[in-house]
Design a protein around this ligand. Structure first.
Ligand code: KG4
Ligand code: ZN
Length: 358
């Protein structure tokens, strides 16, 4: 990302161990992510050069339960994390001693799951005598697009749509965020997951609905678009209820039509509001982030809207949209550069908020 690139700086008082580290284009950060149901580790150099990126998903473990089971997730992270970190280092083709800092998600997320990554990251920081950097998972999603397109120019509007959050954020510069709007009830991903579970389409719900929609008619059912005409907040719980009511009242309705019409309603609202937000702040472009940003229809519609409005549309690849550690290492590099290392006594914070400027 461009804008006010600070000069190379030296991070003071590393608390993970070791002396001050230069934070520049050659700084190699090991990222670790265990906030939910993906165990991930990655090496990223200079904040945007992905050297390795390993993700071990727990989807199969949770599928029978139709959602993430926190205790199962924590245990699976414990089993997977060391091999995943080892693989990221081997695939990166570097010696451990070449790693300059360890960045790890400290929140938001499931507390037991977070603790597995945070404990491992701190232990590595101490054992290797390197700085530790605590990363906000939401901030990392904002950085995912910059890994594939480091030329992004501020101000940007980021539509952050994941399983737990739906937000429109103005990114004025690195680390300078303003919340423009957010959901007042369900997150977009949560709505996808709940509707997919109701239709018995499988888990996780987002990809299942995305897939089913390809065979359906998005105009078959006119589902409500809540709070569409004004403002930048969202509401998806009424839409979920509308789907349930419609299916109960029409036994013969095709799942594919319900999925496609539901998806069209979500995408319509997301795109309309992202566009409104971009106009409001004079953004150079709209960036997508979070798992729902992997949705085919959302990706297509946001690009069309950006083209019509003469701004850029930045879509991270699907693997960068969903949880991964490359985005953690990228956000960690920026935090290390702006704030220096984190103290080793910071813990896992399940409801950590995005740091906002106002
Ligand atoms: O960002 P993420 O990987 O994890 C969280 O931090 O929450 O997002 C997961 C969410 C889930 O709700 C999942 O159903 C949704 O992203 N998702 C999708 C798609 N792929 C994942 N939603 C719609 N379409 C998709 N293709
Ligand atoms: Zn996420």
């Amino acid at each position: 990302m461009t804008a006010t690139e600070p000069a190379t700086r030296t991070a003071a008082e590393p608390t993970g161990g070791g002396g001050p580290v230069p934070v520049d284009a050659s700084t190699l950060v090991l990222g670790i992510e265990t906030s939910c149901d993906e165990t991930a580790a990655a090496l990223v150099m200079g904040g945007d050069d992905v050297v390795s990126n390993v993700v071990s998903t727990q989807i199969d473990l949770h599928a029978d339960f139709g959602g993430v089971v926190p205790e199962v997730a924590s245990r699976a992270h414990l089993d997977a994390l060391n091999p995943v970190i080892a693989r990221a280092i081997v695939e990166g083709g570097v010696e451990e001693s070449r790693i300059d800092a360890i960045a790890c998600t400290v929140g938001p997320g499931l507390v037991g799951a977070l603790l597995v990554g945070v404990s491992a990251a701190k232990a590595l920081a101490l054992a290797w005598d390197k700085p530790f950097v605590g990363v906000n998972h939401m901030e990392a999603h904002l950085y995912a697009a910059s890994l594939e397109d480091p030329t992004l120019e501020f101000p940007l509007v980021v539509l952050l749509v994941s399983g737990g959050h739906t937000m429109l954020v103005e990114m004025r510069d690195h680390g300078r965020y303003r919340l423009l709007g957010q959901t007042i009830d369900d997150a977009a991903g949560e709505a996808f997951d709940k509707v997919a579970r109701f239709l018995d389409l499988g888990y996780p719900g987002g990809p299942a609905i995305d897939h089913a929609s390809m065979l359906g008619d998005p105009e078959a059912i006119a589902f409500p678009r809540a709070m569409m005409d004004s403002g930048l907040d969202f509401s998806f719980s009424g839409l979920k209820t509308a789907v349930v009511n419609h299916v109960r009242a029409h036994d013969d309705v095709a799942d594919a039509d319900v999925a496609a019409s539901f998806q069209a309603a979500v995408v319509d609202v997301l795109v309309t509001k992202a566009r409104r937000a971009a106009r409001q702040v004079g953004a150079t472009g709209i960036v997508l982030g979070g798992g729902v940003a992997a949705n085919s229809s959302l990706r297509e519609e946001i690009l069309t809207a950006c083209e019509e409005d003469g701004i850029q549309g930045f879509l991270p690849s699907r693997e960068m949209c969903t949880d991964n550690a490359a985005m953690i290492a990228a956000a960690g590099w920026h935090r290390l550069r702006s704030d220096g290392p984190s103290p080793l006594d910071i813990g896992a914070t399940p409801n950590l908020k995005l740091p906002l400027i106002d």
